[in-house]
Design a protein around this ligand. Structure first.
Ligand SMILES: Nc1ncnc2c1ncn2[C@@H]1O[C@H](COP(=O)(O)O)[C@@H](OP(=O)(O)O)[C@H]1O
Ligand SMILES: [Mg+2]
Length: 257
């Protein structure tokens, strides 16, 4: 009999997967309603109130539903408690804040992930304007065949040179989209094949998307192929590769393994 695979020392239950999905969906529904309520009030108000209200909702819900766990949120004040916690929730209350402030754009997301021993073990990415939540509670179908030409998805405001180099090497078509969560969701849903990012991001930008993509069979790593490790003292995690497993070797050949 083979040795059991190494895994987190703290059990993760079905309830954790369901909680991640429920929280991301709930915050997303609030954000959709808030966007309608604030129609006409301008992008700065939408950005400020969207970030703040979603963070407040999620912090209150985690405190009630998972009281002993640590939390790291983009909009919170970080402390040392999460580093000593056996389980830590890593949350981006509104990813693609800029796109949220530009209705009717749909490329923004809510990220909720649970990290144990540095690994995202449960997570959800809500795409509230599309009425969709991807989660580890019900993993998305395994990747289907890569089309010809493949599609490389990039930031609409700051596409990194590495993504353009990958697209060039693969003879791929570029697809522009806001939000890290929306881009990873597009890969998981078969609307793109590679998301290669470099130059800046934080753990909350990629943690829940990576939980969802890994559960659906996609390759997830740093841009050089090394593992993504979460809940470190410094949440700066500037690069990311999520791609169709059939393209991993070709992409890593370009991005520097
Ligand atoms: N160079 C950089 N430095 C810091 N954060 C970056 C970044 N490039 C992208 N991000 C963050 O990654 C998310 C997706 O960005 P993009 O849409 O450009 O791909 C955004 O998160 P937020 O909207 O939560 O701030 C954005 O702030
Ligand atoms: Mg973000």
């Amino acid at each position: 009999m083979p040795d059991p695979a190494p895994g987190p020392s703290t059990p993760v239950s079905a309830a954790d997967h369901e909680l991640a999905a429920a929280l991301a969906t709930e915050a997303g529904e609030m954000l959709v309603a808030l966007r309608a309520e604030l129609a006409g009030s301008g992008p700065a108000t939408l950005k400020r109130e969207g970030d703040r209200r979603s963070h407040e909702l999620l912090m209150a819900r985690v405190a009630t539903e998972a009281p002993g766990d640590g939390v790291l949120s983009e909009e919170g004040i970080d402390g040392a408690a999460r580093l000593g916690a056996a389980r830590t929730w890593i949350i981006d209350p509104l990813d693609g804040t800029r796109e949220y402030s530009e209705p009717p754009r749909e490329d923004w997301a809510v990220h909720v992930a649970l990290v144990v021993d540095g690994a995202p073990v449960a997570g959800a990415v809500a795409l509230p304007a599309q009425g969709v939540t991807l989660s580890t509670a019900t993993p998305s179908p395994w990747p289907s065949a890569v089309p010809d030409p493949p599609r490389v998805i990039v930031s609409r405001s700051r596409p990194p040179a590495v993504a353009l180099a990958v697209a060039d090497a693969l003879g791929a078509r570029l697809v522009e989209m806001g939000s890290a969560g929306a881009k990873v969701a597009a890969v998981v849903r078969g609307e793109a094949d590679v998301y290669a990012h470099a130059g800046g991001q934080y753990e909350w930008d990629s943690c829940a998307p990576v939980a969802v993509a890994q559960a659906a069979g996609f390759h997830c790593s740093r841009i050089d192929g090394s593992p993504l490790v979460y809940n470190r003292p410094d949440p700066w995690l500037p690069d990311l590769l999520v791609c169709h497993p059939d393209l991993t070797d070709q992409v890593l050949h370009v991005t520097g393994r």
